[in-house]
Design a protein around this ligand. Sequence first.
Ligand code: GLU
Length: 602
Amino acid sequence: MKPENHASAIMGKLWEKPAKSASFMLKTASMVAIIPLVLGACAPQNKLANISIPLSKSATPSPTAQKYMISTANPLAANAGLEILREGGSAVDAAIAAQMVLGLVEPQSSGIGGGGFMLSFNSENGEIAAWDGRETAPDGATADMFLDANQKPMAFKDARIGGISVGVPGLLAMAEQAHLEQGKLPWARLFQRAITLAEDGFVVSPRLAQMVAEQSDLNTFASTQNYFFHADGTPIQAGEKITNLQLAATYRTIAEQGAKAFYLGSIGYDIGVAVREASINPGTLNSTDMVAYRAQKREPVCGPYRTYLVCGMGPPSSGGIATLQILGMLQEFDLNKTKPGSLTAVHLVSEASKLAFADRATYIGDPRFVPWPEGLIAPDYLKARALLINPTKASTDVVPGMPGMTGVKYYGPSSESHGISTTHLSVIDGDGNAVTLTSSIESAFGSRLMVRGFLLNNQLTDFSFSPEIGGAPVANQAGPRRRPRSSMAPTLIFDNDGNIRAAIGSPGGSSIIGYVAQATIALLDWQLSPFDALAMPHFLNRGGAVELEIDSAAEVLKKPLEAIGHQVKIKKTTSGLHFVGRTKDGLVGAADPRREGVAVGD
Ligand code: GLU
């Protein structure tokens, strides 16, 4: 996929008012005229129609750079990436070096015991590649593996712990494959900073310390307990310097021998032993499963938004499709004429999100087993879906659409949890290549099993626990060699000349979709600065109630939203958006203030 090949992308400049086509102006202008009028006409909403989240322009400037830039969830990781960029490393090189440090200093979120999705833009040949390093279920997995003895779905906490939830990790295979194609520096070089930090020690961050202290079951297995707790049982503390000699040794082996040391060698063997011999929920994963793992290079999913081309990750992630669907429906409304975070805008985003989540639940699973209808992101389909949005009233009966595919209807699980784990990083290098990488071990601290200095994921709990709902098979059901559906949405944005304009993404479970969609709207429609766009109080909808960020200015919309028929929940929304963008003046970056990240560059 090359950005200039996308017919729908029309000329525009990021963070400058986009030029619009005449027909677009006509269509949206009439819609915008109607919304405030109708909202204003209903007595109880009279005063509410003009309400919006109060935003003050923040004093925090978005860091800028001229040559290259990286934004990650931890300064040590960002600096490891920067070091690589300074040596002439590619965006892929920098992403791998930063990721290896994240596995050490932010072990609760990601690591080589997990997986991820990455989009890369190669400025030399214009290729946008979508890399799938998603965990895969072992051969021994079954559709009912997360049902209890009474055939009822297990409680999430009970399913997460131990061996059953562990999928074959995919991060390392993906990193190696991408490096083979787009790396410039030697593979071993990318591990040096992480090895040094693991051997010499690194300072425990407040977030890591807090999360260790909050997890009640982190001391269940000895290897995990020994690493995160002192001999007297007290958890590691913020500011304390700790080493991880086991991880340093693991990284050295992989640096010298490549990913085969992990998948074919004794590291993979040890992963299988830890899973099968777990004292709680022993699983089936073995060396054959490890050997069989392959990362996949896929086509990205792309679609127009205003004057830009937005590209994301397709199945097995639902992130790219759902984000594109939300944006595609919102194309029909002139959001840039609404105030940032206005009641109108939040209502429209929420309604588009409900429609997108209905399709997501129905159609998205592992594409090897469940082909997804490509009509889901077709502009005509999204236009038709947008017509279902009542601009003044919340919908109550949202059903999936029929995007040109008949036959089996799939239904997904109805409840979703917010993620507080996972990590995202964004890079643009000196040659204009870009990487956007979201990686994860699923829950904070994954399955709680630790092998050779890294935690094993619990990504298989992203499968639907029930294999069928109402007698129909679920698209996202568990099974041998299947990849669980994700919400990760690493995203690249281009202008019509095929220039990379932004790399963005976030952790947050199924809320990722809302975080990325909101930030994109804040940047492109509302022209907020990157920092303000990321810091903006969250509003999102995962197919039910509107969720407003707790203790934020967004709470002001609770009553007005209820007045037009929405259910509203006030929730913690711990996004971790990381952004690097390119303007006419150079590079600009931002890191979500809700976590510990930074954007750095030269
Ligand atoms: N496992 C989730 C997914 O793949 C990510 C979890 C999180 O962001 O915390 O969508």
